[in-house]
Design a protein around this ligand. Structure first.
Ligand code: A3P
Length: 296
């Protein structure tokens, strides 16, 4: 993986993608979901790892200490569409999901709603979508692309911001991603929509809402254990959640558990960039009822 070539973006059915997320396309589309599978869907950097770990602790936190101590979260909650070529380790997320020993299976995806394999809908699976305000999301994505060989070279911050607004980041235009999933909520009742900012504001409250969606009632002690275990500081220290064991990531360039804040965009956007971003945002979101908080 250390020599994995940085991929380039191309248009894939109207969405910018890289080969690492499309090489295994037919297999991914034919994925056979089970009714109790739980899909965690996000635009990259919206809080995928955080919610994945909450789910993992809720379901399996008490069942197997060894698993908690030795299996990295990215193996417990595989990334469905990823596929790394044979010469760099031959890794396919779909195969990992199919080898999961646990029930329910927790599965991660960044696919826009129109690309979700149809068996998830047929099986009426529970889906948790996490969204994060666009400004913090793009900042987090920029730093992630700097440190991650699976992602295209980000270039400078100002060039990256421009590309983000043109939908030229892996998984396409943020606005289309969040709006597509938000609209799906109207017709698909097993979709729970969460906001990163709400989780920062009150993690316990958001865990309670998630549990009610899952039909899950943790004991007060277990609930507290989950809240403590998923704090930013705990997850940053925990080698099973901080991606320190993952290949292809250079945490010296930028740590995976970077800041975990709402409002870090203010340290990156110039006044002019902010005005341009807001103007573009107004246009793209004018028909949407989605509301985000860019500060708390
Ligand atoms: P920052 O880069 O802003 O710090 P994903 O898991 O979707 O890749 O998202 C990663 C982002 O979520 C990073 O944001 C990371 O720090 C943040 N994050 C992960 N765990 C978190 C937690 N427990 N609390 C707050 N933020 C968290």
């Amino acid at each position: 993986m250390e020599n994995l070539p940085r991929p380039t973006l191309f248009d894939f059915h109207g969405v910018s993608m890289t080969r690492y997320f499309t090489d295994n396309w037919d297999n991914v589309q034919n994925f056979q979901a089970r009714p109790d599978d739980i899909l965690v869907a996000t635009f990259p950097k919206a809080g995928t790892t955080w919610v994945s770990y909450i789910l993992d602790l809720l379901y399996f936190g008490n069942t197997c200490e060894e698993r908690q101590a030795t299996v990295p979260l990215y193996h417990r909650v595989p990334f469905l569409e990823i596929s790394i070529p044979a010469e760099f380790g031959a890794y396919a997320g779909k195969d990992q999901v199919n080898s999961l020993p646990t029930t329910p299976r927790l599965i991660k995806t960044h696919l826009p709603v129109q690309f979700i394999p149809k068996s998830f809908w047929e099986q009426n699976c529970r889906i948790v979508y996490v969204a994060r305000n666009a400004k913090d999301n793009v900042v987090s994505y920029f730093h992630f692309d700097r440190m991650n060989r699976v992602q295209p070279e980000p270039g400078t911050w100002s060039a990256y911001l421009q590309s983000f607004l043109e939908g030229k980041c892996a998984f396409g235009l943020w606005h289309d991603h969040v709006n597509g999933w938000w609209e799906k909520k109207e017709t698909y009742s097993k979709l729970h929509f969460m906001f990163y900012e709400d989780m920062v504001e009150d993690t316990g409250r958001e865990i309670d809402k998630l549990c009610s969606f899952l039909g899950f009632s943790p004991t007060p002690e277990d609930r507290e254990k989950v809240i403590t275990g998923v704090s930013f500081d705990s997850m940053k220290k925990n080698n099973m959640t901080n991606y320190s064991t993952a290949q292809g990531l250079d945490q010296k360039v930028s740590p995976f558990m970077r800041k975990g804040k709402v409002g870090d965009w203010k340290n990156h956007f110039t006044v002019a960039q902010n005005e341009m971003f807001d103007e573009h945002y107004k246009q793209k979101m004018k028909n949407s009822t989605l509301q985000f908080r860019c500060e708390l």
